[in-house]
Design a protein around this ligand. Sequence first.
Ligand code: NAP
Ligand code: SF4
Length: 687
Amino acid sequence: MWGLSHIAAKKDDMKYPKLLEPLDLGFTTIKNRAIMGSMHTGLEEIEGGFERMAAYFAERAANDIGMIITGGIAPNEESSSHGARMSNDEEAAKHRLVTDAVHTAAPDVKICMQILHPGPLAYTPDCVGPSAVKSRIARYVPNELDKAGIEKQIGDHVRCAVMAKKAGYDGVEIIGSAGYLISTFLVQKTNLREDEYGGSYENRIRFAIEIVERTRAAVGEDFILIFRIAAMDMLEDGMSWDEIVTLAKALEKAGVTIISTHFTWHESAVPTIATMVPRAAFTSVTGRLRKAINVPVITSNRINMPDVAEEVLARGDADLVSMARPMLADSAFMRKAIEGREDEINTCIACNQACLDHTFSGKLTSCLVNPRACHETMLNYLPAAVVKSIAVIGAGPAGLAYATVAAERGHKVTLFEASSEIGGQFNLAKRIPGKEEFYETLRYYGRMLEVLKVDVRLNTSASLDELKAENFDHIIIATGITPRTPDIEGIDHPMVAKYIDVITGKRAVGNKVAIIGAGGIGFDVCELVSHSGPSGALDRDVFAREWGIDFENHPRGGVTGVEPIVARSKREVTMIQRKDSKVGAGLGKTTGWTHRLSLTRRGINMINGANYDRIDDEGLHITVNNNPILIEADTIIVCAGQDPKRDLYEILMAEGLPAELVGGAFEAKELDAKAAIKQASEMAAVI
Ligand code: NAP
Ligand code: SF4
């Protein structure tokens, strides 16, 4: 195991001197500057979940993360609708499994428990708040707390922190942002009180400060106390910069060890963690706060590789860098950084598809690029008992996942790919503005194929004879999909284009575009053909303009009075679906709205409930609510889903060869990379 002494010895020649520098807190030391940020996993609530959580965190601890912050734990009943609670000894005792596992795996790694009181966002009619103001995204109007209620909430936070200490945690993080209870006291629009907890700003911060003062008094000096504030809440008339600094200074005086910065309330309509957000976009805000206070600060959001973290720290933007999703994507992130193997890091691509989309749909959290995340006790890539020679046909996400997992287990793997590069559908995704992160997944797989010595044969369509001649023990058909051609009169018209040809640039696109199909690919194509200028994901100024953020002057909330400036599409684009549901309803729960909103701002026309009548020289004829409509077009792009591509599989089956389908070739309906990688990894784990 790598300990502090080893890091110190390697310091001179290491690439990430700031990231690997220990942080002395006086009473204890955090061994490096990387924190696994809080993330609700859903394990907290399921049977056997604490055992699984213990394995999940211990694996990250063993791989040299400096400090872990757990998912949010509620301090009382009225706050516990989101998840687990710590309000009595029995609830606290379960956490021993987690803290012991982490400290056994790595005695020098700290673990803090997040105390999360959702306040008005709790899924219960008993939810509470400073005033009866319902959030745009809440289910219920909160019950206004009276004085005794406030006293109870403070006491419950303190009790929760004391129990966390007893349960073996090194500290707690109290969340005072995101639209949860404490933050709703801070902001005028949610705090209409006229007593000493409302009105002036001094009164509005009283609740937060009393929680911290009394928690510090109860837990003593040698316990890490982190408070998470919204350094930019992204709310119209949200907190001003002066108010944020005032709060931070008051928290410092009240006894926090560390201040963690957060950048949104959940109800805000600005993306802060999606793929389209530039890396480290918000850290300068933390940097400004850091100059105003004396306790260490944590920054976060879209920091997904060690060099990004190092730059943030080197700029002086923060003392510590929080990475939540990147630690799902690769449990050995820090170990690889320390060992100079960063090209082997499985990078978080900020898709949210298997993490936050799951969390907010009540499913267990995992990770699209790493299905082992939160399944550490169930999915393991152990050495194979009998080494087999395996042919994997197709180097899309499913084929890549299968090949790398099987090779990691010691199998001899040959990967056939008909095209000149690995990646399959990911090669399309990476070309979409805002999805540049997909390059990282391809870099990761490319490197792992080298490290694991997979025999990669590009530009090679495996033939029956070849496969027979090599006498493979097992053949995996990951040949993916073929785009569906809908049965519409005139579908052979020259103006009709396949989405693959448009995305790869093989097909020129005119000025009047109709897109048939509004699934993930339809939205991607729409983004591509309506986009002009640099990608906001790569240019922070563009991103700030498009979403109406002022990082420099920091008006209230960072957004007040700042109108988004969106370049309207130069093309006239219409996207169509047959379903009556809202266009884009099937996109990711946490990111779908960003795509719908940005395309609407660009002037894209979206039509649901359509029947396709025909295509002719005028364009696309459809009927909506019995009204015939002509969508004049010079290019019609078909994004109507896919069918499995199984030609080779059928040939092999007929010959009695040992073949198995995976990914899109297995099931094209609802195909996505998440399902493909998961299925392939699970199959390769047991072959
Ligand atoms: P999809 O999500 O299944 O959408 C297919 C679209 O085509 C639907 O809008 C469907 O709407 C329409 N359609 C289906 N059959 C049709 C037919 N016979 N005639 C006309 N229209 C038809 O498939 P996709 O867009 O190709 O995406 C494939 C997978 O990749 C999906 O699982 C998707 O989630 C994933 N993906 C995800 C993202 C993302 O951002 N998360 C991006 C790209 C791809 P109607 O049936 O209502 O017409
Ligand atoms: Fe990152 Fe996507 Fe994995 Fe979530 S599912 S951790 S966003 S790669």
